[in-house]
Ligand binder design. Structure first.
Ligand SMILES: NC(=O)c1ccc[n+]([C@@H]2O[C@H](COP(=O)([O-])OP(=O)(O)OC[C@H]3O[C@@H](n4cnc5c(N)ncnc54)[C@H](O)[C@@H]3O)[C@@H](O)[C@H]2O)c1
Length: 358
């Protein structure tokens, strides 16, 4: 039985992490939760029948000595709590983005290695029917020659307004780092993790006074206990981003990511390779001179809008038992983190930024 502790009791801890561990109650036992907001910690513990709650993560880690810790704090705190949990002897499932600089991500994975523990980024959006089907196709058909890609992740009106996603010093970025990272992770995974060479990107803010529903802004269950007052004047991150990523193998990817935009909603990935092209979410494959086929989208094993977290919790228990390798690999997360860092540096400098620049 793996003893689990959860750091922070916000939307994603309540809606996704706790239910995911509970799906495998034969292997996981949630011992305690923690939040700097005592009310949030108490209510979360009571709601889910978790025996203990804390307001101090370090105290929780010392007293509970968990095998597994979920780090569900806002982005700017991911590194400090991940390092704290690893040093306390726990394996860590850390929410995305694991880190916002390559150096931070590297430090986190190096610490995991030093401690002999597993650290996995919670890239839960690989586990959609179309992306799982595409991955199966790519693996079965040896599609390793993708030279062009596009990704579009667009919400019509979906600025997350229940927490601190819109405040740069806490979230470390806007739409790109929040929802773009999921698409980027899925795309890099499907492309076989080619190494990034340069990024050219733009960030913009156009719709900060226009909010949508909770669900359309990412609280997919519609459940948020504690909605922080949204003040548009506090919003200092992008609601729209676009750009181009060049990889060392010669491949190029163009992207647009928006929390709010006047164009159709999208969660599209398009890949073009010499052997085949793959269009998602339609699950269309184009190969040969005029070949076109539909691949069968994968039926998800779990009936939940946060099914991805269940896949990750399942994978993690198998990793800890020595049965499987981590499904989200450190080298993939390091590459994605590098792209994030280059993207924001490019947007700030107003020019293409290369990975080998100092
Ligand atoms: N994988 C996904 O699909 C997905 C979806 C939503 C959010 N997330 C990620 O989950 C993280 C949290 O998002 P959320 O939606 O739960 O946010 P939230 O605002 O609902 O909750 C954040 C919680 O963190 C607590 N907190 C803040 N600072 C803390 C600190 N120093 N120590 C302990 N607790 C602290 C707050 O009191 C709050 O309860 C973010 O990194 C976000 O990117 C992932």
């Amino acid at each position: 039985m793996f003893k689990v502790c959860i750091i922070s009791c916000g939307m994603i801890a309540n809606s996704a992490h706790i239910p995911a561990y509970r799906e495998f109650s034969e292997d996981y036992e949630i011992a305690a939760v923690c939040d700097i907001n005592a009310q949030a910690a108490k209510e979360t513990a009571e709601r889910h029948g978790i025996p203990n709650y804390y307001t101090d993560a370090e105290e929780m880690l010392i007293k509970e000595s968990p095998d597994v810790v979920s780090v569900c704090v806002p982005n700017c705190f991911h590194k400090q709590y991940t390092l704290m949990a690893l040093r306390a002897g726990a394996n860590v499932l850390c929410e995305k983005p694991l880190a916002t600089t390559y150096a931070d991500a590297k430090e986190m994975f190096d610490e995991a290695q030093r401690q002999g523990k597993v650290l996995m980024a919670c890239q839960s959006m690989r586990f959609t029917p179309d992306r799982l089907a595409a991955k199966r196709y790519v693996d079965e058909h040896g599609i390793d020659d993708i030279y062009y890609g596009e990704l579009a992740r667009i919400r019509r009106r979906g600025i997350p307004y229940w927490g601190s996603f819109h405040i740069g010093k806490i979230s470390c970025g806007g739409a790109f780092i929040d929802i773009g990272v999921h698409m980027l992770d899925a795309l890099v995974w499907l492309m076989g993790n080619p190494e990034v060479e340069s990024v050219s990107g733009k960030t913009m803010q156009n719709h900060k006074d226009e909010l949508g529903s909770l669900k359309s802004s990412g609280a997919l269950t519609g459940n948020v206990d504690r909605i922080r007052n949204f003040d548009p004047d506090e919003m200092d991150v992008e609601d729209f981003s676009a750009g181009l990523i060049n990889f060392k193998n010669g491949a190029t990817v163009s992207f647009k990511v928006a929390w709010a935009a006047n164009c159709p909603e999208a969660s599209d990935i398009r890949l073009i390779g010499k052997k085949a092209g793959i269009y998602l979410p339609e699950c269309r494959v184009y190969s040969g001179t005029d070949g076109e086929e539909s691949i069968v989208s994968t039926e998800l094993a779990y009936d939940s809008v946060f099914a991805g977290h269940i896949y990750l919790a399942d994978n993690l228990r198998k990793v800890l038992k020595g049965e499987k390798a981590p499904i989200v690999k450190p080298e993939e997360t390091l590459n994605v983190t590098r792209i994030i860092e280059l993207f924001y540096r490019s947007a700030e400098l107003g020019r293409e930024v290369y990975v080998n620049e100092n």
